[in-house]
Design a protein around this ligand. Structure first.
Ligand code: MN
Length: 295
């Protein structure tokens, strides 16, 4: 595609626990945007005694999970012993390294509304087999736009820099837009994609609504966006991720063998993946289609 092209694809509906999500990445034709390799727009949903959102303990390898809420609250628990309530405007950033287990649970504290995003970042080779970590950021930097404002979740825009860890050159921004025009500065060496969370955002003559991925390519130093109603969007970008990844279930790796090894560790409950202090019982999964046990 040319550098100035805009490609809009449909997100697909999926279920995470009991919660409906719109999975904007990966798509059939696109695995990554920078190192971003997974974009779930969760809800909005009303939780009730019959619909108690909770994702029971499950493992990850080779990625960071980036959790960002627009409404409601979740409790994160992991095998490092972390227990962290997250609310809108706060960032949970979990770095799996070679292996971690976590749950994300409804704390039962709010009116029952839940609306958020969970994003994954593929870790580069230099850190993907490293030590697991968890961070909670409550004071992320903001920036002003002509007709709106933004929050830097990770990376930077101009000189406004997030304290969140990132292991490759990338950026994640929340844009809160009032009716009117805005010019967003971009890094020309980054490719970008936008996901609209609320409202509608006009980009390059198209109107982007929730449930789509608007891929913007690379080579731009700015993008014009226009809105006729109050809107919220995520703008994600990064240097194109050159390492070829294999994704299966909750694992990001470089080969089927690596995935098989992680699957087998989870299935056998060996020491690779530690316990999580959760009342929910762990998620089991069937073997990957290529899997043959060595024993
Ligand atoms: Mn997870």
């Amino acid at each position: 595609m040319s550098e100035s092209e805009l490609v809009v694809t449909d997100a697909r509906a999926a279920l995470v626990g009991e919660l409906s999500v719109r999975r904007a990445l990966p798509t059939r034709g696109r695995r990554t945007v920078g190192a971003w390799c997974f974009i779930d727009h969760m809800g909005p949903a009303t939780l009730s005694p019959d619909n108690l959102f909770g994702v029971a303990p499950h493992p990850h390898i080779g990625l960071q999970t980036v959790t960002w809420l627009f409404d409601g609250a979740l409790v994160h628990r992991d095998s490092l012993g972390s227990e962290q309530l997250i609310r809108p405007g706060q960032l949970n950033l979990m770095t799996s390294g070679a292996g971690i287990v976590h749950s994300e649970e409804n704390p039962g504290l709010t009116s029952g509304e839940l609306h958020g995003a969970q994003l994954w970042v593929a870790l580069p080779t230099k850190t993907r087999d490293g030590v697991a970590a968890f961070a909670h950021h409550t004071d992320l930097p903001r920036f002003e736009l002509t007709n709106g404002e933004g929050v830097v979740l990770v990376g930077s825009i101009n000189d406004v820099r997030s304290p969140a860890r990132h292991d490759s050159d990338l950026v994640g921004l929340e844009l809160t837009l009032r009716p009117g025009q805005n010019v967003i500065p971009l890094e020309p060496t980054f490719e970008y994609a936008m996901v609209v969370i609320r409202g509608a955002v006009g980009v390059k003559g198209e109107t982007i609504k929730p449930g789509h991925l608007a891929y913007l390519g690379l080579g731009r130093d700015e993008i014009n966006v226009s809105t006729t109603e109050n809107s919220v969007a995520l703008l994600l970008g990064g240097v194109p991720f050159e390492e070829s990844i294999v994704m299966w279930w909750n694992f990001v790796a470089r080969s089927q063998e690596e995935i098989s090894s992680a699957y087998e560790s989870w299935a056998k409950s060996d020491e690779r993946f530690g316990p999580v202090d959760s009342k929910l019982s762990r998620i089991e999964v069937g073997a990957p289609p290529w899997f043959r046990s060595n024993r």
